[in-house]
Design a binder for this molecule. Structure first.
Ligand code: UDP
Ligand code: MG
Length: 328
C-alpha cells in the first residue's frame, strides 16, 4: 500500500503556554513515523488558530517557518472547538489521505497515532481514540463527563463512550462528513452516523500540559446541551409524555374531588391549590423553553450562515477554491 499523507489537525485557542512544546512533540512524532515508512514525507501538522487573543498565531507562524512539517490555518473569529476542528479537517481534505484530530494541550497521547495508523492500514475509515480511564481527572470532572455520556445514550444519541475528539478519519470519512451541513455541530455524534468501517484504540489521557482548560463547567454544560439537542428530539417527546401524565393525574384528582363533594366534604386549604398552580406554571415555562431551544436551532440552521471563515494560511498551498469563505 502507498504510504498515506497524514495531517494532524490541532485546534488551538489561547494556547501560547503549550504551543511550542506541542509543536515539538508532534514534529518528533511525525518525523519518526516518516522515518519508519508508515506515512508519506508530505505529511503535516495543521494548527488551527481559533481566533486566539494571545500570541498563539504568531507562534504557529514561527513553527511553520522553522519546520516544513508545521502548517497553520488562521480563523477570523473564535468559533469554538467543534467548528475549529471542522475548519481544519475541511481545509486539509484536499491534501490528506488520512487525518488525526487532537487537542493542543497534548492530553491526547501522540503515541496512540501509531496504533490508529495500523488500524487504518487494515481497512478502518475511522478510528476512535477512547480513554482507558479517567485517573487524570478530578472526581467532579469524571462524574460529570460520565453522566454526560450516559444521558446522551439514554436520549438516543449514538456516541462512543469516553471518546472525545481524538480520532482518525480517512478521506472517505471526511467526504461523508462534508455532506453534513448542520450549523449546530456536534462531531462526536455525527461521526458515528457516518457508519463506515471503524475501530477503537485505547489510550490514557494525560493532564493538561500547561495553561487552563477552555471548558469550565458552564461551557461544558452548554456543550452537553448542544449535543443533546442537536442529536435528539427526545426532550420534546419527554415533555409531551410528562404533559400526558399530569393530565391523567389531574383527571383522577378531579374525579376524586367530585366524589368528595357529593360526600359532603369540601376540599380545605389553598396551599395545595397554589403549589400545584406554581408547579404547573413552572413546568409550562420549562416546556416552552425547551421547545424554544429547538426553534432557535431551526432558526440558526435555516439562516445557513458560514460555520467559520479562514483568514489566512501558513505552510499550506493557498488556492481560491479551497478557501472556505462560505459553508462547506
Ligand atoms: N479550543 C478551541 N476553541 C475554543 C475552545 C477550545 O479550539 O473555543 C481547543 C483548545 O485549544 C484545545 C481543545 O480545543 O486544543 C480542547 O480544549 P481544552 O483542552 O481547554 O478542553 P478540555 O480538555 O479541558 O475539555
Ligand atoms: Mg484539554
Amino acid at each position: 500500500m502507498k504510504r498515506p499523507v497524514l495531517y494532524l489537525v490541532v485546534p488551538c485557542y489561547n494556547e501560547q503556554e503549550v504551543l511550542c512544546d506541542t509543536a515539538e512533540t508532534l514534529t518528533e512524532k511525525l518525523t519518526q513515523l516518516i522515518a519508519a515508512g508508515s506515512i508519506a514525507p508530505e505529511s503535516r501538522i495543521a494548527f488551527v488558530n481559533d481566533g486566539s487573543r494571545d500570541r498563539t498565531w504568531d507562534l504557529i507562524v514561527e513553527c511553520a517557518r522553522r519546520s516544513t512539517l508545521c502548517a497553520g490555518i488562521n480563523l477570523a473569529h473564535n468559533e469554538g472547538h467543534q467548528n475549529a476542528l471542522l475548519a481544519g479537517l475541511m481545509t486539509v481534505r484536499p491534501y490528506a489521505d488520512v487525518t488525526v484530530s487532537m487537542d493542543a494541550d497534548l492530553q491526547d497521547d501522540a503515541d496512540a497515532v501509531d496504533a490508529m495508523l495500523e488500524k487504518y492500514a487494515v481497512g478502518a475509515n475511522i478510528v476512535y481514540g477512547v480513554r482507558e480511564n479517567r485517573a487524570s481527572d478530578s472526581f467532579f470532572k469524571r462524574f460529570t463527563a460520565e453522566t454526560f455520556y450516559r444521558v446522551m445514550r439514554e436520549l438516543g444519541a449514538d456516541i462512543v463512550f469516553n471518546h472525545a475528539d481524538f480520532r482518525l478519519m480517512d478521506r472517505r470519512a471526511l467526504e461523508a462528513l462534508a455532506a453534513y451541513p448542520e450549523v449546530n455541530l456536534f462531531l462526536r455524534g455525527i461521526v458515528p452516523m457516518i457508519g463506515l468501517s471503524h475501530d477503537i484504540v485505547y489510550y490514557s489521557r494525560k493532564p493538561r500540559l500547561a495553561g487552563e482548560s477552555k471548558y469550565p463547567l458552564r461551557r461544558m454544560a452548554s456543550f452537553a446541551w448542544e449535543g443533546v439537542t442537536s442529536l435528539s428530539a427526545r426532550p420534546i417527546r419527554l415533555i409531551s409524555q410528562l404533559g400526558m401524565f399530569i393530565s391523567l393525574v389531574s383527571g383522577g384528582m378531579l374525579v376524586w374531588s367530585i366524589i368528595r363533594h357529593f360526600m359532603g366534604e369540601t376540599i380545605v386549604g389553598w396551599t395545595s391549590l397554589v403549589v400545584s398552580l406554581w408547579f404547573l406554571g413552572g413546568l409550562i415555562l420549562l416546556s416552552i423553553g425547551v421547545i424554544g431551544e429547538y426553534v432557535g436551532k431551526i432558526y440558526l440552521e435555516v439562516k445557513r450562515r458560514p460555520r467559520y471563515l479562514v483568514r489566512d494560511f501558513v505552510g499550506l498551498e493557498e488556492s481560491g477554491e479551497q478557501r472556505e469563505t462560505k459553508k462547506s
